[in-house]
Design a protein around this ligand. Structure first.
Ligand code: IFM
Length: 446
């Protein structure tokens, strides 16, 4: 709910997020290696319209203009990801100086514009050379990933303070290896659950590598995606029903990171597909993070039906173009839960939140995306409510800075606060972009 004076704490960081494969383009330029998303999108039938990220927003060639755009919006922080095969074409071994030079220039441009960079090391574009060696299903990836992390921190750590190891490992494991709708397109539940464990292990090893290569100011964490499972009413039986719903995002990822174990019920659900865990793994996985990145888009509601939870539709619920229910109160609940489960000791950042709607350019040349503005306003207010309740929330990155390649859905989803005309690469700030600019300037919900 929007009330008067929803002011955020001083120093609260406002930003926007993107990911390399979704915006960079330049897929085979300057010595870049092939990624699993290059291979997947070049395989007919895998992506809607057979769209690819070959050009995307051509950010590789236009980053200076894009940084100027960020500055014009008053962004205080920008979350980007590094393309692993751009800097290490074979995934390991010899680095590509031109690839590193690109990120070097980008970071300098951001700093010059007064924008704090947050780097995600893995946002889904694994080098094909490593996929050929088993990719995330091979436990050795933890070492490859840690070496890559160290390389990047050595290259940029003098200027970049915030490092995020992986983005949404749930998607890596299940969308990529169980349902096959994301690269590498495998359909094997057992493999997917082993990937869960291997991504977590990789995170743990990378944390150590980042800290060893970085300075004392270095902050390292991971970004997880969540949805909220809420009770349909205040009735305690409905709350119990919501709590009884298996929550794979939370139980496969947040629980092991925060508490060092997989919940018995998620292991029971995995049955014979439960991951192989070696001695020492869980200690590595639950090592202290400097912060946790939270990606939140949607939630669902449950009521008690006999002794089983039943999902219910709440009357009047709004849905985005992704068919995701708009549930801002789920963000408040999630942030409070994470704060409680980490005993208030883990600073949180919302590293992604936003919505896709089909936009229209109006005759005045503007994009009046009132629904996106309403979505953001409601979620900003929900985040503010969590802070009021004592949650240590430090910043908020809107997904996304600009429209981009939405994975298997190609270019038919629009999450940006800036529109991109892919034919001309013209950027147009939407009303939501101006709204974000004004919120940042006021540091309060408007
Ligand atoms: O576009 C994605 C992003 O890459 C990861 N989080 C969810 C976004 C919207 O689907």
């Amino acid at each position: 709910m929007t009330t008067s004076a929803q002011i955020f704490p001083q120093g609260f960081l406002w930003g926007a997020a993107t990911a390399a494969y979704q915006i960079e383009g330049a897929w085979d330029v300057d010595g870049k290696g092939e990624s699993i998303w290059d291979r997947f999108s070049h395989t007919p039938g895998k992506v809607l319209d057979n769209a690819t990220g070959d050009v995307a927003c051509d950010h590789y060639h236009r980053f200076q203009d894009d940084v100027a755009l960020m500055k014009s919006l008053g962004l205080q922080a920008y979350r980007l990801s590094v393309s692993w095969p751009r800097v290490l074409p074979a995934g390991a071994g010899k680095a590509n100086p031109k690839g590193i030079a690109f990120y070097d220039r980008l970071i300098d441009a951001l700093l010059e514009a007064g924008i704090e960079p947050f780097i995600t090391l893995y946002h889904w574009d694994l080098p094909v050379a490593l996929q050929d060696r088993g990719g995330w299903a091979n436990r050795d990836i933890a070492g490859w990933f840690a070496d890559y992390a160290a390389l990047m921190v050595r290259a940029l750590g003098d200027r970049v303070r915030y490092w995020i190891t992986l983005n949404e490992p749930w998607c890596v494991a299940f969308l990529g290896h169980h349902w096959g709708v994301h690269a590498p397109g495998l359909r094997d539940r057992r493999l997917a659950i082993q990937v869960v464990h291997n991504t977590l292990l990789s995170h743990g090893m990378a944390l150590q590598a980042i800290r060893a290569a970085g300075g004392s100011r270095t902050q390292a964490g991971i970004t997880l995606n969540f949805d909220a499972k809420l009770p349909a009413t205040d009735n305690p039986a409905d709350q119990a029903a919501a709590d009884a719903v298996l929550d794979p995002n939370y139980e496969w990822f947040a629980e092991p990171i925060l508490r060092g174990y997989y919940t018995p019920r998620i292991l029971e659900d995995a049955g014979p597909d439960a991951p192989v865990v070696q001695p020492g793994d869980m200690a590595l996985i639950s090592a202290r993070n400097d912060f946790l990145g939270v990606n939140y888009y949607t939630g669902s509601f449950y009521r008690a039906a006999g002794d089983k939870p039943e999902q219910v539709e709440m009357p009047g619920t709004e849905y985005t173009l992704m068919n995701w229910a708009v549930v801002p109160q789920g963000l408040t609940a999630l942030l409070k839960r994470l704060s409680r489960d980490s005993r208030g000791r883990l600073p949180l950042y919302i590293t992604e939140n936003g919505c896709s709607y089909a936009d229209e350019i109006s005759p005045d040349g503007r994009i009046h995306d009132a629904k996106r503005v309403a979505y953001l306003r409601a979620h900003f207010a929900a985040a503010h409510e969590a802070i009021q309740a004592g949650v240590d929330l430090r910043g908020y990155f809107v997904w996304s800075l600009m429209d981009n390649f939405e994975w298997a859905l190609g270019y038919r989803q629009w999450f940006g606060v800036v529109a991109v005309d892919y034919a001309t690469q013209k950027r147009t700030i939407k009303d939501s972009g101006y709204y974000l600019r004004d919120v940042i300037a006021a540091n309060r919900v408007l």
